[in-house]
Design a protein around this ligand. Sequence first.
Ligand SMILES: [Zn+2]
Length: 389
Amino acid sequence: MRSVRWSVAALAAVVLVGTAWTGTSGAAPGVGSEGDGTQAGATASAVPGAAFSVDQIPGSGYGPGDRVVALTFDDGPDRTYTPQILSVLRRYGAPATFFEVGYEVAARPELTAALAAAGMSVANHTSHHVDLTRIAPSAWASEVDVTTQLISHADGQVVRCLRPPYEAFNGSVVSLAAARGLTTVLWTADSEDYKRPGVGAILAHSLLNLRNGAIIGLHDGGGDRSQTVAALPLLIETLRARGYRLVPICGAPPAPTGITNQVYGFGSAPAVGGPLPSRAPLVGGAATPSGAGYWTVAADGGVFNFGDAGFLGSEGGRVLSAPVVGMAATPSGRGYWMVARDGGVFNFGDAAFLGSRGGANPADTFVAVLPAGGSGAGYWLVAQRATAG
Ligand SMILES: [Zn+2]
């Protein structure tokens, strides 16, 4: 794989050169509508390596028996509709995956960063929304590699998947993507939201072929997506009512099972609990005032209590808008707070909710919650913010 070492400005210049797809209708002129599905339907079984469901994505961490569904949004980031869709997803604590167009990322990288900061996964949808079956392999540098670099620059994450525009792919597309470490990802159900058929029709199309691991194709960019925004709450509620957990795809692979809690004590601090398994990586902990117990907390909000530390509740098993990054105990030892990466605060036991920064500024990445003094009547939330240049 070629190493691309351009500056952000140079990347933006490369992306913006050429025929930009204007995408007002969700389809490039003369190429057909993106979601007609004829090509994918004809070639799906003949193209090994392309993923049509969550469990088919290498490293997804989910198998065919997992009751999960992935919501995916293409063609953004869009200055109008991406923030609206993100707002709905945040309100529901629903993670999703965004397949972005490079020149849109170059125009508004802050939206890509905001999506990632909110726990969304971001992946590649080419620089100019091109038909990958009609470009030369040499054009992948500008159409695929540049967009991977733009997204990584914007959100600091590794790009792991490529969604071919117009569902246009073949064995060559899948292998050129694989050579770059990208899985070619399609969908189980096309919402047909780009046709603006009304909220009811978008919902009905989205729920076709619903099954474990289903991937639903929606759009946040490329045109008027107000119907998508309007349909989203009902879609999320319906999926959850049917017992599906919404998961992002193509992000960092979930932690392997079999992580264990192991605490080592020094000086007068005893290690009071044996190894315990955790599904998500451990990110922090807090001690009781007696020094005879402690809690550890995992990124999914699960709490493990040891010694005289009581279990007072957790977020384990819920869908969080951002991973938990730290916890602090109240002075009494009968309560604790957790803080999530987006500044959300969860309180348990005698820990009072005193305010949060949840979603207040997507540029902030929270790293810790600190109890203020011995009263339990205050805390600090510690954030870091990337500075320009
Ligand atoms: Zn598209």
